[in-house]
Design a protein around this ligand. Structure first.
Ligand code: PMP
Length: 313
């Protein structure tokens, strides 16, 4: 990952240079994690760069802010335009995009009171988060439990909540695994540190929902639709460790990760340890949808007007 190619970003209503986007050390968010954010991807498509499910990501950003009663001082349309402008000004064909809203500097009482809500949107070229391995990743079940929704609103994508993910992810890395799976407070499977989880058993696709303290992923939602379109039954229910270990196939979904097979859990192979046919089909269909190769999913793409296209119109 490198920010080297990112020259411009949108901050508090203006496009500014990357190096000018600074915040003060007394910012509330730095001390208490009081921010909400999104992660989306822009893909190269035949119609030009296109942001995958932009409206849904902006909606989730507003929903996350609402839970924390953080007033975002811009409209959905403003942020929609900010995303487009950030991609366009940097001249990216494909990239990862990070909008973030956070409390800035004014007071350091836990209640943010007079702290301004600052908003930034930046982007950079970022390869797949868990790599591109054909047969997927090796994971461990973390000793850290996913925050329960009675402790923090797990369906919100809020900065401070990621300390829970960080602990699990570092534990996995230290043990030589690619990623962690967190259980929920009841011992059911919740999700990866930054991904939702699916299993495939007897030709059925299964995933859990917010009752297992997951972030309701937008990739998860896309994959549920794609799996049904491919003719699979999709069950939404709680998942036990035994469901995962006994699965024919398993995979993660997430914006940064896309669709990534899980080939091994704590040394135990899932299926035969190779990418299974259902995962392969869903992975290919997801990629086709995101890159504009399947018109059925065109509504999911928000095409960015490039400087070149602007000259032509
Ligand atoms: N769970 C967590 C904890 C995440 O951070 C993410 C990444 N945003 C996901 C699930 C997947 O969500 P999405 O598909 O919307 O990226």
């Amino acid at each position: 990952m490198s920010f080297d190619q990112s020259q411009w970003l949108w901050m508090n209503g203006e496009v500014i240079r990357w190096q000018d986007a600074t915040v003060h050390v007394s910012s509330h968010a730095l001390h208490y994690g009081t921010g909400v954010f999104e992660g989306m991807r822009c893909y190269k498509t035949p119609k030009g760069p296109a942001v995958f499910r932009l409206a849904e990501h902006i909606d989730r950003l507003f929903a996350s802010a609402a839970v924390y009663e953080m007033p975002i001082p811009y409209s959905r349309d403003d942020l929609h335009a900010a995303v487009h402008e950030t991609v366009q000004r940097n001249g990216f064909e494909s990239c990862y995009i990070r909008p973030v809203c956070f409390y800035g500097s004014s007071v350091l009482s836990v209640h943010p009171r007079s702290c301004p809500v600052e908003v930034a949107v930046f982007a950079w070229p970022w390869g797949k988060y868990l790599g591109d391995a054909e047969d997927g990743v090796r994971v461990t079940v973390s000793k850290w439990i996913r925050l329960h929704s009675s402790m923090l609103p797990t369906t919100a994508k809020a900065c401070g909540q990621y300390l829970n993910s960080l602990l699990a992810n570092r534990e996995a890395a230290a043990k030589g695994f690619d990623e962690a799976i967190l259980l929920d407070a009841e011992g059911f499977i919740s999700e990866g540190s930054g991904e939702n989880l699916f299993i495939v058993r007897d030709g059925r696709v299964v995933t859990n929902d917010e009752d297992s303290s997951i972030l309701l992923g937008i990739t998860r939602d896309a994959v549920i639709t794609i799996a049904r379109d491919l003719g699979y039954e999709v069950d939404i229910r709680k998942l036990e460790i035994g469901d995962l270990l006994g699965a024919d196939e398993a995979f993660f979904t997430g914006t940064a990760t896309e669709v990534m097979p899980i080939r091994e859990v704590d040394g135990q192979l899932i299926g035969n340890g190779l990418q299974g046919p259902v995962t392969r089909g869903i992975r290919q269909a997801f990629s086709a949808a995101a890159t504009g190769e399947n018109p059925r999913y065109d509504d999911w793409l928000s095409v960015v007007m490039t400087a070149e296209a602007e000259v032509l119109t």
